[in-house]
Design a protein around this ligand. Structure first.
Ligand code: PEP
Ligand code: MN
Length: 298
């Protein structure tokens, strides 16, 4: 008996031939295709650190966090202008005003920005302001959105759906690639699996990192903030992800997460700039101990 729609890793060459290592004969079996966002290069020896607020809440808050993450050693700035919230009554983001604030923060700090786009009709608008488009977990299988992101030609950060298999995730990346856009970085952000919700928000699937690297030449990074949902776990999760082969991190930071800077969104998982600096130092010390030079300098 076979179950319709039941697919496994053996089906990947058929599902995603454009990004499959097994199909692309020219691809070196150990190399990652570099995805470049301004001066930042994903897929080289040095992991890329993206950091910033969960949401752009105001100009002051975003500029303060941008300066702090730059000083802590981050390579790129994150921040949501369009927020996917569980309740329609919660803060939804500042929209285009938020994109303008991100652009200003990028101009001042020199950090390229990644921000989420949720609506296929807004891809061109978001692409005007952002250096990289984020497709969120809830939209990983929004195929019209993936196609528009592919057509934009902008680098795409494709988050894993919260219950997505590797085949579904790489199938989603193939939709972007099929539009001629191979500038895709994959992002593991925790999955819903027993016992998620009890002591952490999600379950960080570290095992998927080597699996991704074996099946595709696209770079893969980890979001320890949404994967844990607990600020006190973010540093350990970051270090573990790097040890497991993650080629970068995307981390939520607030200037004073437990005080005046308490975020409107995802407050429990925001780390301080000091903790971010510890994570950057861990990466740098690890690189040095391995004799690997800094892959890029901003
Ligand atoms: C985010 O990074 O802002 C976000 C909403 O993450 P996810 O899509 O992984 O939930
Ligand atoms: Mn968040």
């Amino acid at each position: 008996m076979s179950i319709a729609g039941n697919v496994g890793l053996k089906d990947l060459p058929r599902i995603c031939p454009l990004i499959s290592r097994r199909v692309q004969p020219a691809a070196d079996p150990t190399e990652t295709r570099v995805v470049q966002v301004g001066p930042v290069r994903f897929g080289e020896a040095r992991p890329v650190v993206i950091a910033g607020p969960c949401a752009v809440e105001s100009r002051e808050q975003t500029l303060a966090v941008a300066r702090a993450v730059k000083a802590a050693g981050a390579d790129m700035l994150r921040g949501g202008a369009f927020k996917p919230r569980t309740s329609p009554h919660d803060f939804q983001g500042l929209g285009i005003e938020g994109l303008k604030i991100l652009r200003e923060a990028s101009r001042e700090t020199g950090l390229p920005i990644v921000t989420e786009v949720m609506d296929p009709r807004l891809v061109d608008t978001v692409a005007e302001y952002a250096d990289m488009l984020q497709i969120g977990s809830r939209n990983m299988q929004n195929y019209p959105l993936l196609i528009e992101a592919g057509k934009s030609g902008k680098p795409v950060l494709l988050k894993r759906g919260m219950a997505a298999s590797l085949c579904e995730w790489l199938g989603a990346a193939e939709y972007v690639a099929k539009e001629g856009n191979l500038e895709v970085v994959l992002c593991e952000r925790g999955i819903k699996a027993y016992p998620s919700g009890e002591y952490s928000r999600n379950v960080l699937d570290l095992n998927v990192i080597p699996a991704v690297r074996e099946e595709t030449f696209l770079p893969v990074i980890v979001d320890p903030s949404h994967a844990t949902g607990v600020a006190g776990m973010v540093e350990s999760a970051s270090c573990a992800a790097i040890e497991y082969g993650s080629q970068g991190l995307i981390i939520e930071v607030a200037c004073d997460p437990e005080g005046a800077g308490k975020p409107k969104c995802d407050a429990a998982q925001a780390i301080s700039p000091r903790t971010l600096q510890n994570i950057v130092r861990f990466i740098e010390a690890r690189q040095e101990s391995r004799g690997l030079r800094k892959a890029h300098a901003i």
